[in-house]
Design a protein around this ligand. Structure first.
Ligand SMILES: [Zn+2]
Length: 235
């Protein structure tokens, strides 16, 4: 059985929610999608009963703080575990070239050299190009460039028990990708705020969407189920 667990659904600056990240789990393991921006990733995984040792594959969509900095905290833990011989299998990190450079650069600056070396021994960076396909925990994934207006960013699509599931990252869907998304069973798309809050939060000028604008687009594209992640706490 495949299970998706949302570890957080908040925006980049949230104080009371964790940043958006989730796990796709099946019998073969846990695939972590983004890591949020703090040590809270460790706590969230624990609360979801997912051991760090079970995660052999990680995808990072883009290099913004609220998506990659959780990984640095995971590296601190992994580095110690690696030194103790507790990590038997390499951990694959799937990401685009910008993300790869950022993670390596930040790690070099802020982690102790001994930890950087230990992490390097147990991780394998898989640098993605548009359209690359990989089988992860027995599930076929196709990774693609979401053609973001901001930082280079990737999403993916996969088949989950005969359902076409698409993760679109952290920007309003670029019309260049409408054909890919059309008729999907499940789509995960950001939504920064409610439509009536647009004048307060200015989603559009940040390349984000409102819940209403995403819903309209997804209806037009005949998407069956939409997981519209609320970046702002909506009260
Ligand atoms: Zn972002």
């Amino acid at each position: 059985m495949i299970k998706i667990t949302m570890l957080g659904t908040g925006n980049g600056g949230t104080l009371d929610l964790y940043n958006t990240c989730f796990v796709i789990e099946n019998e073969e393991g846990a695939f972590l999608i983004d890591t949020g921006g703090s040590i809270e990733i460790i706590k969230r995984l624990k609360e979801a009963n997912i051991n760090l040792e079970e995660i052999k594959n990680i995808f990072i969509s883009h290099s913004h703080t609220d998506h990659i900095l959780g990984l640095i905290w995971m590296f601190k833990k992994m580095g110690r575990m690696a030194k103790n011989g507790e990590i038997k299998e390499k951990i694959n990190i799937y990401c685009n070239d910008v993300v790869c450079e950022t993670i390596k650069g930040v790690s070099d600056y802020i982690l102790a050299p001994v930890l950087v070396e230990a992490v390097g021994n147990v991780t394998n960076f898989v640098v993605l190009n548009d359209g690359d396909q990989y089988t992860i925990n027995g599930i076929d994934y196709e990774f693609f460039d979401i053609c973001a207006k901001g930082t280079k960013q990737f999403g993916f699509e996969c088949n989950l028990e005969d359902n076409r599931f698409i993760f679109l990252g952290d920007e309003t869907l670029n019309p260049l990708l409408y054909d890919r998304v059309r008729n999907a069973d499940y789509v995960t798309h950001e939504s920064f705020c409610l439509d009536r809050e647009e004048n307060i939060f200015h989603a559009y000028e940040k390349n984000h969407s409102t819940a209403l604008s995403v819903s309209k687009t997804m209806n037009e594209l005949n998407v069956k189920k939409l997981n519209s992640l609320s970046h702002r706490r909506i009260t």
